[in-house]
Design a protein around this ligand. Sequence first.
Ligand code: ATP
Ligand code: MG
Length: 335
Amino acid sequence: MCPHMDAYDFDDDEQQIPPIRGLSRSERRKKTKKKQQNPGNENIIQDSTAQLNEDTLTFTYQASRYEAGWLEKSLGGFYQQHWIQDVLRLIKGGKEASVYQCLADESSGQKYLAAKVYRPRQFRNLKNDHLYREGRDYLDENGHIIHDKRASYAIQKKSSYGLKLSHASWIEHEVKTMQILLDAGADIPVPHASADNAILMTFFGDDFTAAPTLNEVSINKKEAKSLFDRVLFNVELMLANHRVHADLSAYNILYWEGEICLIDFPQAIDPRQNLHAWPIFLRDVTRVCQYFSKFGIESDSFNLASDIWEKNGFSLSSEIDPHFLKEMDPFDHSL
Ligand SMILES: Nc1ncnc2c1ncn2[C@@H]1O[C@H](COP(=O)(O)OP(=O)(O)OP(=O)(O)O)[C@@H](O)[C@H]1O
Ligand SMILES: [Mg+2]
């Protein structure tokens, strides 16, 4: 049994299978209708039992009881909507979320899909998110900006309802950023569908293994140069589309079949709205340069970052209201 999953419990309001975004209503109806077709009247009891089982996600992955319950709630909707057939294994349990390799339903056109499932709110090790939330709108479960006064008040007061809205907004920001970057042509997984607590995306890997992150692979200098250029191409493309990753490093870049893929976007910021955008952008570029320097790629991260920054119409400014900083945070401290 996975110890950190032991304490999982579930809010009453999370008992329902969440709605799935990614399919139009009519598509969903079509798929559900197809699934509910009954071939005849014979064996009606057996059929209804089959229907019951068919509606419940059971999986090959050996999860603890609590984790299984959580997966069923988080991914059950994807199963019912014919996105996935099975959860095969845990790829990695991160601080905020765990990512699973799923067997895709044929109708998805994929063999596998990766499901990023956020940990229950109360057990999530939140990234130090005050820097990233600054200037951000709160998004509801449909990705729309929350204007409702009561909801805004609940968020501000951090009531249990407010925390639920904040949690949903954090995930919606990840989905929204992925959609923007996908449209822009960035190297990221395709976000196929999302629910209240999970995102279903392209799986990078094969039958036996998931793609390693860049920090886990060894590359020669020639390859390092082309990957470095590609990462910077993505960094600039993101900026041109008003996004800074804000947690970019070799740990958040997958490497598969000689190509890279950026992942993990909930903290991504809009540089037009966030007062800390420049130092955060510089940190991203610096981490990338540091990683590639191990493979003999020399670069001046400050010059590189400031060139890209200014080329995209932003100005350098180090002015940050101390109100937004946390004294004990080493990164904040350096600003
Ligand atoms: N689309 C994918 N295909 C294959 N593996 C993936 C995919 N997305 C994520 N992973 C794996 O899952 C891990 C965790 O994903 P991600 O970084 O998005 O979550 P996280 O909870 O924010 O993690 P962390 O806190 O460690 O940064 C990644 O390091 C990677 O190994
Ligand atoms: Mg990560």
